[in-house]
Design a protein around this ligand. Structure first.
Ligand code: SF4
Length: 204
């Protein structure tokens, strides 16, 4: 549901959908029209039909058991690399990256110069090396970096001054140095203006 859709909107559907289809089996046996009806208003209806197909495939081909590895998850209908990584880490605490737009931006800013051309593949490779090797810490890391990109290191503004990873971030250190230089410059200008005023006062 969260693909291309904001959390606030999904909140109006998620609970109701789960009440209607509490298990994979319940979803698998539903009529396509019913599933679409439960999705009505959320848009991107292909997601509903993919989810339905996914439930059917898990019941028919996997004995009702959801796979845990990224490789197997990616073979399911409607599941791409990001969704596979997110399910693997958030549902099964696997040490897998889940690089969405926010996470990709944080990694770019933290490790590369703004002018560098960095491929998606490189970002994913780097993300994989950052994720802790054990279950719960991997879950926490992925949650944290997503939140960082959504709330602090946003597309509109990088709030480096309040960022918890600024000491390890390439752009953060640069931004803070520039900010400090500008603050010093402003301070210097104010002092020199004040000193000119004092001199003028004395001359009068
Ligand atoms: S220090 Fe700045 S650029 Fe780096 S991750 Fe934090 S907010 Fe983003």
């Amino acid at each position: 549901m969260l693909q291309q859709t904001q959390v606030s909107r999904v909140e109006q559907y998620y609970g109701k959908f789960l009440l209607q289809y509490p298990t994979i089996r319940d979803l698998a046996v539903a009529a396509p029209a019913q599933v679409r009806e439960a999705w009505q208003g959320l848009g991107y209806y292909r997601r509903a039909s993919n989810l339905h197909r996914l439930a059917i495939s898990i019941m028919e081909e996997r004995n009702g058991i959801m796979p845990e590895s990224v490789q197997e998850l990616e073979r399911l209908p409607g599941v791409g690399r990001y969704t596979a990584g997110a399910v693997a880490t958030f549902a099964f605490e696997q040490a897998e990256p889940a690089v969405d737009t926010n996470v990709g931006r944080v990694i770019r800013r933290a490790f590369f110069s703004p002018r560098a051309r960095v491929t998606e593949k490189r970002i994913w490779r780097l993300a994989k090396t950052l994720v802790p090797r054990k279950g719960k810490p991997a879950w926490t890391f992925n949650q944290a970096i997503m939140e960082l990109g959504a709330l602090v290191c946003t597309a509109r503004i990088a709030r480096c001054g309040e960022c918890p990873v600024r000491s390890a971030c390439r752009s953060g250190q640069k931004n803070l140095t520039t900010e400090a230089r500008n603050t010093r410059r402003m301070h210097g200008m104010r002092l020199s203006r004040a000193s000119d005023n004092i001199h003028q006062e004395k001359r009068r």
